[in-house]
Design a protein around this ligand. Structure first.
Ligand code: NAD
Ligand code: 3PG
Length: 525
């Protein structure tokens, strides 16, 4: 039974769903890094929010880990390249807390416009400072969105409902989407110059880090109010403090900080500054949503192989998974075949699908071919890390989907490029489930790629098969199946012989010395 650790505080629904799906679960929120490292090796899955930091040393200790599920959106607390390199799928729940977070941004916008936290503190202190607090209306003001994805779009809708004008800076926002949303796409400089309120809704990346730098804060309209419910690190906090003090910025509300938990900050106590402790996603509704989603997604992966919302692997529904499984087996075997024969000489690989295979999601098939190819020289490779390792190695990977119907109802062809040119192998499924090789380097040969095998290339000549059988018999190697093919009578022929035991090097050498033999290679599937 797969076992999952929930290492951050999560709605109890998550544990209920894991158990209902036959997944064992331990809930241990608040572990130190060393405590996590000491126990992570026991688990197949790790369910987290933003507090657990999944760093390379944690992953190093996670010897059984297959999946990390983030009950929420941001995955900047997970080292995704390190997880990918270890073959661990990283999933998030991209929509479960978006409305809640958008509402928090709107709440902070109101808090700034009417100085609600300061007014509340002053009133409860018995001061009744009616003349101290003079707010601004939101109606007709311009809201500048930096990032118009899921949350930014919801903020835009709500702001339009408040009769604000919305401008957005997001290099990936299409003009059509901007029209649909009823917002104006602008450059960052234009947004800074025009916005009365600015709200940030981008992930923290190398491009967005410090997007509101000292220089950019200086370009804002005097008296602007800024809200950040996305990620700490998007704003230069020292520069923000200076701008609040100089009056360039009239108010700033941060839910997120460059260092969290933010128990101290230069901003604390600055007039016009409002803070919440990373509460963007903290509503009952959002926490139930993300807990249910993460537990369902992780259970589906651990028990049925379905992949949803993974950041380092293509999605694969639980319906697709059983259909794709025999193709992935076929693809992995074809990849392994070319890997065992060509190994590290491969510089490029093309994966072609035809017939029924062309109607399926091709990414998992490609992942399986690459895993099969590279597993011949690395035993840590799997479908998740194979595409990354292939890229790292500079392997040129091409995917081709043919609409045409060929001789077979379904076909996967793998063509590898080496210094000697291109060579390809192809396979099909018998009865929609049994993988079979049907073409080996241009020669028709039908074989099940299974267990220990010998690949042999020879000149087609009478008596050769008998001599081969005799040599194997004398070496004590029992033949299971004999699969033969040739280009034409008397020309190059191939034999794929399945045998009951591992073929030792001396047997390979004896076979290689038989007259007419061009190549012998032991294979293992
Ligand atoms: N405070 C919280 O508790 C809380 C809760 C949920 C999400 N978040 C954070 O909010 C952020 C946004 O979440 P989302 O679901 O809207 O993500 P999303 O991926 O749907 O949207 C992000 C948007 O940012 C845009 N973007 C990327 N690079 C950009 C750049 N250089 N300049 C401008 N725009 C850029 C993208 O095109 C995209 O439209 C994430 O960082 C997430 O972690 C915080
Ligand atoms: O990215 C997110 O989903 C938010 O930052 C929420 O973080 P949390 O789960 O720690 O509240």
């Amino acid at each position: 039974m797969p076992k999952v650790l929930i290492s951050d505080s999560m709605d109890p629904k998550a544990a209920e769903i894991f158990r209902a799906n036959g997944v064992d679960v331990d809930e241990k929120p608040g572990l130190s890094k060393d405590e996590l490292k000491a126990i992570i090796g026991e688990y197949d899955g790790l369910a987290i929010r933003s507090a657990t930091k999944v760093t390379p040393d944690v992953l190093e200790a996670a010897t059984n880990l297959k999946v990390i599920g983030r009950a929420g959106i941001g995955v900047d607390n997970v080292d995704i390249p390190a997880a990918s390199a270890k073959g661990v799928v990283v999933m998030n729940t991209p929509f479960g807390n978006s409305i809640t977070t958008a509402e928090h941004a709107i709440a902070l916008m109101f808090a700034l416009a009417r100085e609600l936290p300061a007014a509340d503190a002053s009133t409860q202190a018995g001061k009744w400072e009616k003349n101290r607090f003079m707010g601004v209306e939101l109606t007709s003001k311009t809201l500048g969105l930096i990032g118009a994805g899921n949350i930014g779009s919801i903020v835009a809708e709500r702001a339009l409902g408040l009769r604000m004008k919305v401008v957005a800076y997001d290099p990936f926002l299409t003009p059509d989407r901007a029209v649909d949303l009823g917002i104006e796409k602008v450059s960052l400089d234009e947004l800074l110059a025009r916005a009365d309120f600015i709200t940030l809704h981008t992930p923290l990346t190398d491009q967005t880090r410090n997007i509101l730098s000292r220089e950019n804060l200086a370009k804002t309209k005097r008296g602007v109010r800024i809200i950040n419910c996305a990620r700490g690190g998007l704003i230069d906090e020292e520069a923000l403090k200076d701008a609040l003090e100089s009056g360039q910025i009239a108010g700033a509300a941060l839910d997120v900080f460059s260092e969290e938990p933010a128990k101290q900050s230069p901003l604390f106590g600055t007039p016009g500054f409002v803070a919440t402790p990373h509460l963007g996603a903290s509503t009952t509704e959002a926490q139930v949503n993300v807990a249910i989603q993460v537990a369902e997604q992780m259970s589906e992966y651990l028990t049925r192989g379905g992949v949803t919302n993974a950041l380092n692997m293509p999605s694969l529904s639980a319906e697709e998974a059983p259909k794709l499984r025999p193709y992935m087996e076929l693809a992995e075997k074809l990849g392994s075949l070319v890997g065992q024969l060509e190994g590290r000489r491969v510089t490029g690989i093309a994966i072609e699908v035809e017939g029924a295979a062309a109607t399926l999601n091709q990414k998992p098939i490609t992942g399986a071919v690459l895993a099969g190819l590279m597993r011949t020289y690395s035993d840590t490779v799997n479908m998740v890390n194979a595409p990354f390792l292939a890229k790292e190695r500079g392997l040129d990977v091409r995917e081709v989907r043919h609409d045409r119907e060929g001789d077979y109802h379904t076909l996967v062809r793998v063509t590898v490029t080496t210094n000697d040119g291109e060579r390809s192998v192809a396979g099909t499924l018998f009865g929609n489930s049994a993988p079979r090789l049907i073409d080996m380097f241009g020669i028709k040969v039908e074989a099940e790629l299974e267990g220990e095998m010998i690949y042999l290339v020879n000149e087609d000549s009478p008596g050769f098969i008998g001599r081969l059988g005799t040599e194997l018999g004398e070496a004590g190697v029992n033949i299971g199946t004999f699969n033969l093919g040739r280009r034409a009578a008397g020309e190059e022929a191939v034999a794929l012989v399945s045998v009951d035991s591992h073929v030792e090097q001396d047997v390979v050498e004896t076979l290689a010395s038989l007259p007419g033999v061009k190549r012998v290679a032991p294979l293992h599937f």
